[in-house]
Ligand binder design. Sequence first.
Ligand SMILES: [Zn+2]
Length: 101
Amino acid sequence: MAERSGPMKWLRGMMLNHMPLMITCREFEDFILAYLEGELPGRQRFVFDLHLKVCRECRDYLAAYRRTVAVTKRAFDDDDAPVPDAVPEDLIKAVLAARDA
Ligand SMILES: [Zn+2]
């Protein structure tokens, strides 16, 4: 029987669970709105930027989120402006929900 949890996996778990500067992708999502509005305190902003540096998925997510915010802003300024198909619908809903909050 092969041992499947090697030292690298253990190290990764340690970093995620015990290093205070590491946040999960889920936590990253929670920070996005505050980040874009410049409301993150310095330390959280640093942690956020750090995750952004190491996590390509979240970089892509943030870029898509920014595009969506820009698109929905235009859409509200001009009723005729179409929302591009490229923007995921659940992302638009999340942005709209944040607006109403
Ligand atoms: Zn991530």
